[in-house]
Write a protein that binds this ligand. Structure first.
Ligand code: SF4
Length: 689
C-alpha cells in the first residue's frame, strides 16, 4: 500500500515488528509509510499500518507489579536487587540468568550483555534469536567468515535473473519484501520456492519444489549434484575465490537425483529445471528462511545451499549471492552486540583472548573478570531451577512460554525459579508468571538503532510520549546496576550507550565505530562494517564480499555436509509431520499483535491446516475442532482443510500457545537451534460437547 497524499507526517521511525524494519512516520496516532527507506519504499503490511494501536492499548502495563500487585519503581527494583544479591550469595553468580530478545534495539542488546557480564558477573545469558537465524549465522560464519543476513542491499534482488528461496514465506511474513521479487520477475527473472506448503509466496513462483519436511538438506545436495553433472559449476570462480570444492564434489556424488526424489518427494524433472533456471541466469541468488534453518541439522542445511551458491559462482558478485532473510525486528543487530552466550560486542567470540581484552578495556574491568561462554537459549531454559542451574531469570523482550520449543516443559522450568523478572509493555504469557513485572516503554516511545536484514543500521526516533510510569529497558538496567553498586557504568541515554557500543565494536567483524546517529539520519541508514577513520568518513559496506571474503585467506569455504533424517521421524503412533510458521496478521509469539483489534479480527485463533485426503479419512471438515498430539503434549485448534499442504503434513501457526507445546527441542550441534520445523505428530477430531 502507498501513503495517501496529505497524510500527517510525524517523527520518522521504523515498524515495531519484523526484520524489514519498514520506515514509517508516527504522529497523533496515525502511521504513514516512509518513501526514503529502500526496504519498503512507501509500503507497509497490515501489521505496520495498525501498529499505532499498540501505543494506546488498554492492556498496556503502566506500573510495576510485585506478585501481581502494583508497587512503586523503588519497591520493585529494591526487591529484585535484594533477591539477586541473596541468590548470588547462596548459589554463585551463574545462579542468575538473563534472557534477551531479537527485537531489542542495538543499544539494549549491548547493554544487556554488559549488564550480565559486568553487573551480574554471570555467564548465563542468551536470547530468543537463537531460535531464529542461528543456523544460518553459523553456516555463513563458516563459509564467508562473516554473518550479515543479506550481504547486499535488498534492492539488488530486482537486478537478479533468478532467485531460489528455500523456507521463506515473505508474502505473509513481510509483504513489502515481495515488491523486490516482483521487480526481479518484471525484468524477466524467475523465482523458485522450496516449501512443504503452497504458501502465498510459493503461489507466485515460477517453480515450486514441495519438499517433504526435514529434507531440505537432501534437496540442496541433489541440486548441487545436478549443477555439477550438468556443467553449471563455475570452475574459474571456484579456483579463484573458494576452497573445498573437490571435497564437496566428492561428497555430493552419491546424491544422484533419483535418490533425492525418494527422500524429498521432489520430482527429478523439477530439480533439473530449478538448476537450469539458476545455472543459466547471469545473476542469481540463493536465499534461505526459517523453514530451511530451524532444524537439528539447520547449519548443515544452510551450508548445502551456500555450497550450491558458491558452485554456481554467485557470492561476492554484484546482483548475485547467498542471503539469509532474517525474521525478528533486530534479528541482525541483536546478534552482534553481546547478548549471545558465546559472543561479545562487535560479533566477537567470547573465548578469544584479544576480544576479551578489547571489550574489558571498554568496560573498565579486568579481562579475567569476564565470564566465559554460557548455555544456549533452550539449554538455559531447560536448566532453570534444576540442581546447578540458574535460580533467577531476568527476561527482556521475549515470551518463551509461547515461543520456545517444548513450551509446556519450559513453563514448568520457569515455575521452578526462585525469582522471575519480566520486562515488557504488555502482560505476555511469560510476564503473567513473573514475580516482578517491569513496565517498559516501546518502539515509538524511545530512540535507538536497529539493524535490518540487509545489515543497514537504522534510527528509531521517539515519536510518542510513553505513559508516565513506564521506563525504558536502559533505565531499568541502570536502576538495577545502581542497586548492585555499579550504576555509573550503565548510562540510560541511548545515544551515550551507542557511542560506547561503537568503541566496543571497533575492530570487530560487526564494526559500527564510524556510524553515528547523525550519519544514519542523513544517509537513511549505514551498512556495517563501517570503521571510524581519521580523515574521510568510511562509506559503510553495502556488499562486503566483492573483493574478498572475511576468512583469513579471503576465500569462501565449501564444506562437505551429509543429509540425515529429522531428529524425530514419523512412525505408527505419530504418522504425520508437523510444521509451523507465521500468518500475515501476526508477529512472533503474538504478544503484541494479538492485542490489535484489526489483526485479531483478521486472524483470531490457532488453526491446523491439513490436506483434504487426510481430512476425509478423519471425518474432519473446515471449522471442526481438532487435537494434535506429539510426544511432548497436545494442542487444539480449528481445522482448515486445504489442498495446498502435503497429505503427510500438518501446519500450525506459532503465534498462540499451541504448536510449541508439541515441537521438538532437539538441537543443532553447531548453532544450538531447536528443531521447530518438523516433528512427528498425530491428529484427531475433538469430541463434540
Ligand atoms: Fe514492514 Fe515487517 Fe512491519 Fe510489515 S511487520 S510493516 S513487513 S517491518
Amino acid at each position: 500500500s502507498q501513503a495517501t497524499a496529505g497524510t500527517t507526517v510525524g517523527s520518522a521511525t521504523h515498524c515495531p515488528y519484523c526484520a524489514l524494519q519498514c520506515g514509517m512516520y508516527v504522529a497523533k496516532g496515525e502511521i504513514t509509510p516512509r518513501e526514503d527507506i529502500p526496504a519498503n519504499a512507501g509500503g507497509l503490511c497490515q501489521k505496520g499500518w495498525t501498529a499505532a494501536e499498540l501505543l494506546t492499548s488498554p492492556e498496556r502495563l503502566t506500573t510495576p507489579l510485585l506478585h501481581g500487585s502494583p508497587v512503586s519503581w523503588d519497591e520493585a527494583l529494591d526487591y529484585v536487587a535484594a533477591r539477586i544479591e541473596a541468590i548470588r550469595a547462596a548459589h554463585g553468580p551463574d545462579a542468575v540468568a538473563v534472557f534477551g530478545g531479537g527485537g531489542l534495539t542495538n543499544e539494549k542488546a549491548y547493554q544487556l550483555g554488559k549488564f550480565a557480564r559486568v553487573a551480574l558477573r554471570t555467564s548465563q545469558i542468551d536470547y530468543n534469536g537463537r531460535f531464529c537465524m542461528s543456523s544460518a549465522a553459523a553456516a555463513v560464519n563458516r563459509a564467508f567468515g562473516m554473518d550479515r543476513g543479506l550481504p547486499f542491499p535488498i534492492t539488488d534482488i530486482a537486478r537478479a535473473d533468478a532467485v531460489l528461496f528455500a523456507g521463506g514465506n515473505v508474502a505473509e511474513t513481510m509483504p513489502p519484501f515481495v515488491r523486490h521479487l516482483s521487480a526481479m520477475r518484471s525484468g524477466g527473472g524467475r523465482l523458485v520456492v522450496v516449501d512443504p506448503r503452497v504458501t502465498q509466496t510459493a503461489k507466485t513462483a515460477d517453480l515450486h519444489l514441495q519438499v517433504t519436511p526435514g529434507t531440505d538438506l537432501a534437496l540442496a545436495l541433489g541440486l548441487l549434484h545436478i549443477a555439477i553433472a550438468d556443467g553449471y559449476a563455475d570452475l574459474d570462480y571456484l579456483a579463484a575465490r573458494t576452497t573445498g570444492f573437490e571435497e564437496v564434489r566428492t561428497s555430493v556424488s552419491a546424491w544422484w537425483p533419483e535418490r533425492v526424489e525418494r527422500v524429498t518427494g521432489v520430482p527429478v524433472a523439477q530439480m533439473r529445471e530449478a538448476v537450469r533456471i539458476l545455472g543459466e541466469a547471469e545473476r542469481a541468488m540463493v536465499l534461505t528462511g526459517r523453514g530451511a534453518e530451524q532444524h537439528a541439522k539447520g547449519t548443515d542445511t544452510v551450508t548445502a545451499f551456500v555450497n550450491l551458491a558458491l558452485t554456481l559462482g554467485l557470492p561476492g558478485r554484484e546482483g548475485s549471492g547467498y542471503g539469509c532473510v532474517t525474521g525478528q525486528g533486530n534479528g541482525q543487530g541483536g546478534r552482534e552486540h553481546g547478548q549471545k552466550a558465546d559472543q561479545l560486542p562487535g560479533y566477537r567470540k567470547i573465548d578469544d583472548p584479544a576480544a576479551r581484552a578489547h571489550v574489558a578495556a571498554v568496560w573498565g574491568i579486568d579481562p579475567a573478570d569476564l565470564p566465559g561462554p554460557g548455555r544456549s537459549a533452550y539449554e538455559l531454559l531447560d536448566a532453570l531451577g534444576t540442581p546447578g542451574g540458574p535460580r533467577a531469570l531476568l527476561l527482556f523482550g521475549s515470551n518463551p512460554v509461547v515461543s520456545a520449543p517444548r513450551a509446556g516443559h519450559v513453563a514448568r522450568r520457569l515455575d521452578a525459579l526462585d525469582l522471575l523478572v519480566v520486562s515488557d509493555f504488555v502482560l505476555s504469557e511469560t510476564a503473567a508468571m513473573a514475580d516482578v513485572v517491569l513496565p517498559t516503554t516501546q518502539w515509538a516511545e524511545e530512540a535507538g538503532t536497529m539493524t535490518n536484514l540487509e545489515g543497514r543500521v537504522l534510527l528509531r526516533r521517539q515519536a510518542a510520549a510513553p505513559p508516565p510510569d513506564a521506563r525504558s529497558d536502559l533505565e531499568i538496567l541502570r536502576g538495577l546496576a545502581e542497586r548492585l553498586g555499579c550504576g555509573e557504568k550503565f548510562p540510560a541515554d541511548p545515544r551515550t550507550v551507542f557511542d560506547e557500543l561503537r568503541r566496543a565494536s571497533a575492530g570487530g567483524v560487526a564494526d559500527y565505530s564510524g556510524i553515528t546517529y547523525e550519519r544514519i539520519a542523513a544517509e537513511t541508514g549505514v551498512f556495517w562494517p563501517c570503521p571510524e577513520t581519521a580523515d574521510d568518513p568510511h562509506p559503510g559496506t553495502p556488499r562486503p564480499f566483492l573483493d574478498r571474503f572475511a576468512t583469513p585467506d579471503g576465500r569462501a569455504r565449501l564444506v562437505p555436509v551429509e543429509h540425515r533424517p529429522p531428529a524425530e521421524d514419523v512412525d505408527e503412533e505419530f504418522p504425520l509431520y508437523l510444521t509451523s510458521g507465521r500468518v500475515l496478521a501476526h508477529y512472533q509469539s503474538g504478544a503484541q499483535t494479538r492485542r490489535i483489534r484489526p489483526l485479531t479480527k483478521a486472524s483470531p485463533e490457532v488453526f491446523v491446516e491439513l490436506h483434504p485426503d487426510l481430512a476425509e479419512r478423519l471425518g474432519v471438515a473446515t471449522g471442526d475442532r481438532v487435537r494434535v498430539r506429539s510426544r511432548r503434549g497436545a494442542a487444539e485448534g480449528v481445522a482448515r482443510v486445504n489442498a495446498s499442504i502435503r497429505p503427510d503434513t500438518l501446519f500450525m501457526p506459532f503465534h498462540w500457545e499451541g504448536v510449541n507445546l508439541l515441537t521438538n527441542p532437539a538441537l543443532d550441534p553447531t548453532s544450538r537451534m531447536p528443531e521447530f520445523k518438523v516433528c512427528a505428530a498425530a491428529i484427531e477430531r475433538c469430541a463434540e460437547d
